[in-house]
Design a protein around this ligand. Structure first.
Ligand SMILES: [Zn+2]
Length: 57
C-alpha cells in the first residue's frame, strides 16, 4: 500500500503532469510525511518545473 521511495519519486513527477487517483495521492502524501528525502525531492521538482516554465519565455 505504502509506496517506497522509488515509487514515490515517480508519483511526484506523475502528479505534475496529471491528476493521480485519490488512493495514490493519499499514499504519496503519507509517504512524504514520513520521508524527508522525498519531501526534499518534491520541493526541488516544484522549483525546477517553475524555473523551466519561466526560462522558456
Ligand atoms: Zn521516500
Amino acid at each position: 500500500m505504502m509506496p517506497n521511495c522509488h515509487e514515490a519519486h515517480r508519483q511526484v513527477i506523475e502528479s505534475y503532469d496529471r491528476k493521480l487517483p485519490l488512493g495514490k495521492r493519499i499514499a504519496l502524501r503519507l509517504h512524504l510525511l514520513a520521508c524527508d528525502a522525498c519531501t526534499n525531492f518534491a520541493r526541488q521538482m516544484k522549483l525546477l518545473r517553475y524555473a523551466m516554465r519561466h526560462i522558456d519565455r
